[in-house]
Each structure stands twice: as C-alpha cells, then as structure tokens.
Design a protein around this ligand. Structure first.
Ligand SMILES: CC(C)(COP(=O)(O)OP(=O)(O)OC[C@H]1O[C@@H](n2cnc3c(N)ncnc32)[C@H](O)[C@@H]1OP(=O)(O)O)[C@@H](O)C(=O)NCCC(=O)NCCS
Length: 205
C-alpha cells in the first residue's frame, strides 16, 4: 500500500464475500490483530485450530459463509471479517473480527448489516453470537447493530446473544450508501426481493 495514501476515512472499505484468493491477506490480517482481539474472536483457540478456522473463512461452504471488509485504497488489504456458521442444532452463529486500528469506524456495523441482509434473504429470523464475559465492547456492538438483541448468561463466563434479523436488516437498508462500499450497495439493491427459504437447512450466499 502507498504510505502516502490519504488517512482512511470512516467506512473506507468494501464489503464482499470472502473467497479462496483471500487466504494470504486473511493470514496477514490475523497477524496484525492484537492477541486480545484474536482471543475474543476465537475464544482462546490458538495455533492450528485458528489456522483451520481461517481456511474455512476463505473456502466457504453451504453452512459456513464469510465476508471481508477490504481497504478501499488498495482493494486487497483485509480490515475485518464476519462469519455466519450453521451448527448441528440448526442455529446460525455470527462471529466478527475487526483490525484494532480500524475499530469504531463502522466496519463491524457494515459487516453485520451485510450479513443481516443475507440472513433475511435466506428466511432466517434470528442469529446467535457467543461473547466472553469480559468482552463488553462486543456486547455493546451487538446491541447497537441488532436492535432487540437479548442476552443470556451461558455459564463459564460466556454470554449468548439472540439477534433478531428483521430490525438489523432494516437498519442496514437505512444506512447511507457509501460510494466506496461496493459490496453493500449491490446487496442493498437485491434486498428488495422476497426472501428465499433455506434449502435443507443451508446458509447459502
Ligand atoms: C466488536 C467489534 C467487531 C466491533 O467492530 P467495530 O468495527 O469497532 O464496530 P463499529 O465501529 O461498527 O461500531 C458500531 C457501534 O457499536 C458500538 N461499539 C463498538 N465498539 C464499541 C466500544 N468499544 N465501546 C462501546 N460501544 C462500542 C457503538 O455503538 C458503535 O457505534 P458508534 O461508533 O457510532 O458509537 C470489534 O471491536 C472486534 O473485532 N473486537 C474483537 C473481536 C470480538 O470481540 N468479536 C466479537 C465476538 S465473536
């Protein structure tokens, strides 16, 4: 990236689905994140477990869909990622990670908005997020981007948030469209279509 490039403005990212070609950029993104943020995203998992999870993000599958927020200045550097993963019980869980120097710029909000529109189009009514007890910023974030979120203590220092899809998707549609946010604006155009029902319990893009 050109070091003389202007300081990024709020939201100077493109949101788009993750793809296999993102693998190296995602590894570099992960390496730039602080140990605390990585811990919060992967709940303490390290080493090969995390590398496998990063590989799942870029590979994608019917039950595991991810998006990346790419720096609009070069179209390559990943600044955040979000995943929708369907568990064996049919629950669809969301997880986020935003690069530390890029937090509080609306990157997480836009990633969540994109996922909410996708979930709505798939006919999903709610999503879940699991957050560690000390991770107050994630709970605040989720309560902001998902109006009507309900929090429940799971034990072992972990909270589960139930996130209704419809109000979050509505918020995403109301958000101002940033000319640089190519992914979100194209998704917003599609968002007027009637939602498709999930096929055989799949989460599909
Ligand atoms: C949680 C996380 C994804 C938020 O991403 P983000 O890009 O900073 O979030 P946004 O800038 O879009 O914030 C949206 C709103 O959430 C709330 N919020 C976000 N971070 C907050 C903080 N540290 N304190 C209080 N409120 C916060 C605010 O209301 C914010 O809106 P505002 O900035 O206009 O006031 C990011 O901090 C992160 O990656 N944390 C580490 C990993 C993690 O905890 N993941 C969640 C568990 S899977």
């Amino acid at each position: 990236m050109d070091p003389r490039a202007p300081i990024p403005t709020r939201g100077a990212v493109q949101i788009r689905p993750a793809r296999p070609a993102d693998a190296a950029a995602l590894e570099r993104f992960f390496d730039r994140c602080s140990p605390e943020s990585r811990y919060q995203r992967f709940h303490g998992a390290t080493g090969p477990t995390v590398r496998r999870e990063l590989a799942r993000i870029t590979a994608g599958s019917p039950d595991h869909r991810s998006w990346v927020a790419v720096d609009a200045r070069d179209g390559r550097t990943i600044r955040g990622t979000a995943t929708l993963a369907r568990g064996h019980d049919g629950e669809v869980e969301v997880a986020f990670l935003v690069e530390d120097g890029w937090t509080r710029r609306g990157v997480g909000r836009r990633l969540f908005g994109e996922m909410a529109l996708h979930a709505e189009a798939e006919g999903l009514e709610s999503l879940v997020a699991r957050v560690q007890g000390g991770n107050e910023r994630a709970r605040r974030f989720l309560r902001t981007v998902a109006p009507g979120a309900r929090t429940r203590f799971l034990g072992a220092g972990e909270f589960e948030l139930d996130l209704p899809v419809a109000p979050a998707a509505q918020l995403a549609r109301l958000a101002p469209v940033d000319a640089l946010d190519v992914g979100a604006s194209s998704h917003r155009r599609r968002a007027g279509f009637a939602g498709r029902r999930p096929v055989d319990g799949q989460v599909s893009a």
